[in-house]
Design a binder for this molecule. Structure first.
Ligand code: FES
Ligand code: FES
Length: 154
């Protein structure tokens, strides 16, 4: 039986087995390929999306267990209307190969929603599960702090 899932504000009827990971629903059924597969075992964070604003590893959430509205990197902003965090990422030239970055941004956005003015320790604690083989961690931290400042000035 098809399962209804709301993704980036649009309701989708997904006719896949209950236990299919949300990651593959997003990428293969819906065509939202901004969310990446890294490890498949909750160890890298590349697949991070938000459900009701909470950062989750989409490789670990079964379709039947999706409890709320899903937001992916495609839903965070648009090329002509970027989210503040996305603009900060560009301004700080965070991405190198880019593979981990959608997961990094989705986790960072969830952090800022929960903790508008994070300390370095807050950032490190929140982001430690999002791995970057290119070592962009210093720029990630700088972009998060910059986005926090911009958001609290609004
Ligand atoms: S692919 Fe989900 S945490 Fe690595
Ligand atoms: S930018 Fe290459 S893995 Fe993070």
């Amino acid at each position: 039986m098809a399962i209804s899932v709301t993704i980036n504000g649009t309701a989708h009827s997904v006719d896949l087995p209950d236990n299919v990971p949300l990651l593959w629903v997003l990428r293969d059924a819906i065509g939202l390929t901004g969310t990446k597969f890294g490890c498949g075992i909750a160890a890298c964070g590349a697949c991070t999306v938000q459900i009701d604003g909470v950062a989750v590893r989409s490789c670990q959430v079964a379709l039947a267990d999706v409890w709320g509205e899903v937001t992916t990197i495609e839903g965070l902003g648009q090329p002509d209307n970027l989210a503040v965090i996305q603009q900060a990422w560009i301004d700080h030239q965070v991405a190198q190969c880019g593979y981990c970055q959608s997961g990094q941004i989705m986790n960072a956005a969830a952090l800022l929603a929960e903790t508008p003015t994070p300390t370095d320790d807050d950032i490190d604690a929140a982001m430690q599960g999002n791995l970057c083989r290119c070592g962009t961690y210093p720029r990630i931290r700088a972009a998060i702090k910059d986005a926090a400042q911009r958001l609290t000035e609004v």
